[in-house]
Design a protein around this ligand. Structure first.
Ligand code: ME8
Length: 649
């Protein structure tokens, strides 16, 4: 049997000096998308993450709290591991640099490089930036401050071991030139090349001013420089010197993922260490941009961080992962705000993707008694849809391969939008009225199910629970947890006859206004809105006439129901998405006990379009649907032949 190809992916190992924020979550989610995609494509993936636990910063922070470093770190490492569980990260290993399996390898490699003469001892005077754990020469400082983060540096004068980097500079330049894929994205490669060309200074690889590190094996006054120690995790975790077979299967890594802040360590120091160790270089070093807040870069030491745990609790893991992956344009920085995140979830997931699925489910239930029909009458328009699906598959594959996550998701969402447009173009509600068009209606429903099947596969790397949640409604997959990537590239795999049923709202809409409001106000608003629904008309003692001008103030319009679902935990409420010409609105209506959502989808109703928007159970309702009622019945007023958006008067 042919063995599966290996694929080894790493994230940086994070400093456990504090809990992690969405910046770290971004990198780890990006690596996880790639890991899931590669597993779905048949690779034997090894996805590594971990923590970088030595160094002056950790030691100082721990001691400032009267703690031993390890006692300080352990609970933070637990919280980091819990965070990765919460974000459904599928790392195959988690390495801690304080583990014996790692420290042994660091010592052995330090010894080897020393013995071959690439590490030597010298007197050193330099400036140390503790938050960055980096030593600079005077020339490298920016106006006397750290050139990377702009903070104060401290002078250090000590005897140190140095690593002869300059010796390998030309070899590294040749490698970069000969392997255009080695440093990605391309703009970053140019930065690295110019940096090397400016001349590399030898690197100080040991410290004597503190002790929280791996002791230099032949001189225990020194501990190994934290970056020399940390980078080796990529080798120690896969068994270098312990399990040669496992190591040789994994190394060289296929990709090291990180943000641009630590690219030089990975694209200069690390390859040179590997050259000195006579080991192959990683195939790719990929540096993404930063997630910034409106006020600048997010950082643990600035204290302006966004906690991913809170976001997942609020919005769900699929939505948070989707937002992170979509928001950073390939290689560039991006700005985070909760409003932008909620807006993105609403537009892409609740409106486009969620609606596509719920509309299709409702129509298959309504028109085909809840069974996906056999395709029966193709039309030229279908070819356009199929061609786009094939193109999207190819593009999504290429972009994921290059780790262009936002490009990948933009491609997939194109198929979602096209499928929604296909519903508008084919007008299934009209086909359903004509018995002679049943074959065409069946074809349209089948094609929609096919598009959804593909989209669910294509989004599985980024939204790991979506396929199985949607599968409870659509039964498209035997096992939604073991999907194959290639099946998203083949049209026609949906099995006709599969049962379809209604289910949970896959992506509940987020009320953007509620983000700014206090919960108490929200409750009050909800109460008054409910009272409006229940209010009985009170007959006036004498009739109070209104004039035609009074009536004209009321803007009644024909509105077409394009989507409709029950509001969770509210027996009486339906959430409708209606279209008035080009405009789309959300309306909450207290008719759930009289109408099933699928009875309304495709119908045209009369909407009080200029009613002041009000919030019902946290959902903003933009208008009211007219209905007549007696004690037991409610009958919505339907309009058949008039285009949506037209005035009712
Ligand atoms: O540098 N936007 O650890 P670290 C995007 N221990 N990504 C961000 C980010 C942001 N605002 N903030 C952090 C270290 N990251 C070393 C690594 S590896 C051998 C040693 C992510 O905890 C991004 O991946 O400071 C960045 O490179 C990394 O966290 C830095 O993590």
């Amino acid at each position: 049997m042919e063995s599966r190809k290996n694929y080894y992916i790493t994230t940086p190992i994070y400093y456990p000096s504090d809990n992690l924020h969405i910046g770290h979550a971004y990198t780890t989610v990006a690596g996880d998308c790639l890991a899931r995609f590669k597993r779905m494509s048949g690779y034997d993936v090894h996805y590594l993450t971990g923590t970088d636990e030595h160094g002056q910063k950790i030691e100082r922070t721990a001691r400032s709290q009267g703690m031993e470093p390890l006692d300080f770190i352990n609970p933070i490492v637990d919280s980091i591991q819990a965070l990765w569980k919460k974000l459904l990260i599928t790392n195959d290993d988690f390495i801690r640099t304080t583990e014996a399996r790692h420290e042994k390898v660091v010592q052995a490699l330090f010894q080897k490089v020393y013995e071959q003469g690439d590490i030597y001892m010298a007197e050193y005077q330099g400036w140390y930036c503790t938050p960055c754990e980096t030593l600079f020469t005077e020339r490298q400082l920016a106006e006397g401050k750290c050139p990377d983060c702009g903070r104060e540096v401290e002078v250090v004068k000590e005897e140190s071991y140095f690593f002869n980097m300059a010796k390998y500079a030309d070899r590294l330049l040749d490698h970069i030139e000969g392997h255009p894929d080695f440093i990605q994205p391309e703009s970053r490669r140019n930065e690295v090349v110019s940096f090397i060309k400016m001349g590399l200074e030898d690197l100080c690889v040991s410290r004597t001013s503190f002790s929280w590190g791996v002791p230099v094996p032949f001189n225990d006054k020194h501990v190994v420089y934290v970056w020399f120690d940390a980078l080796i995790n990529y080798l120690s975790a896969i068994g270098l010197g312990v399990d040669d077979k496992a190591f040789n299967e994994r190394w060289p890594a296929d990709v090291h993922i990180m943000a641009k802040d630590i690219l030089r360590f990975h694209a200069i120091i690390w390859p040179i260490m590997l050259m000195a160790l006579d080991l192959p270089l990683p195939k790719k070093v990929y540096a993404h941009g930063w997630i910034m807040l409106e006020g600048g870069k997010m950082s643990k030491s600035k204290g302006n961080v966004v906690d991913p745990v809170i976001l997942v609790d609020k919005y769900g893991v699929d939505a948070v992962r989707y937002y992170l992956a979509k928001e950073l344009t390939f290689g560039q920085d991006g700005i985070y705000s909760e409003e932008m995140m909620a807006g993105r979830i609403n537009s892409d997931l609740a409106n486009d993707l969620g609606n596509l699925i719920s509309r299709t489910v409702a129509m298959i239930i309504r028109y085909f008694k809840g069974r996906i029909p056999e395709p029966a009458e193709a039309a030229p328009l279908d070819e356009e849809l199929k061609e786009l699906a094939a193109k999207v598959y190819q593009e999504a594959t290429d972009k994921l391969e290059r780790l262009d996550l936002s490009g990948y998701l933009i491609a997939v969402m194109r198929l979602v939008s096209r499928a929604n447009k296909y519903i508008d173009e084919t007008e299934p509600w009209l086909l359903a009225k004509d018995e002679a068009r049943i074959g065409r209606l069946a074809e349209v429903m089948y094609n929609l199910a096919e598009c959804i099947r593909m989209v669910l596969i294509l989004t599985a790397p980024v939204m790991p629970t979506l396929a199985s949640r949607a599968n409870q409604q659509l039964n498209l997959f035997k096992d939604a947890n073991s999907l194959t990537w290639a099946e998203a590239g083949r049209w026609g795999l949906t099995v006709a006859g599969s049962p379809v049923q209604k289910g949970e709202v896959l992506f509940p809409r987020i009320d953007l206004k509620s983000l700014e409001e206090k919960p108490v106000e929200e409750n009050q608003q909800e109460k008054s809105a409910q009272e409006v629904i229940k209010a009985e008309p009170v007959a006036p003692v004498e009739p109070e006439y209104i004039t035609i001008d009074d009536f004209a103030k009321m803007e009644l319009r024909v509105a077409e129901v394009v989507a409709c679902e029950k509001m969770e935990k509210a027996d009486k409420l339906l959430i409708l998405k209606v279209r008035l010409g080009e405009e789309e609105r959300t309306v909450v209506s207290g008719i759930a006990q009289h109408y099933a959502p699928e009875e309304l989808i495709g119908k045209k109703v009369v909407l009080v379009a200029n009613l002041k928007p009000t919030k019902l159970r946290g959902v903003m309702s933009q208008g009211m649907i007219l209905a007549a009622s007696d004690a037991d019945h409610v009958e919505v007023l339907f309009v058949d032949q008039i285009p949506s958006g037209n005035r009712v008067k």
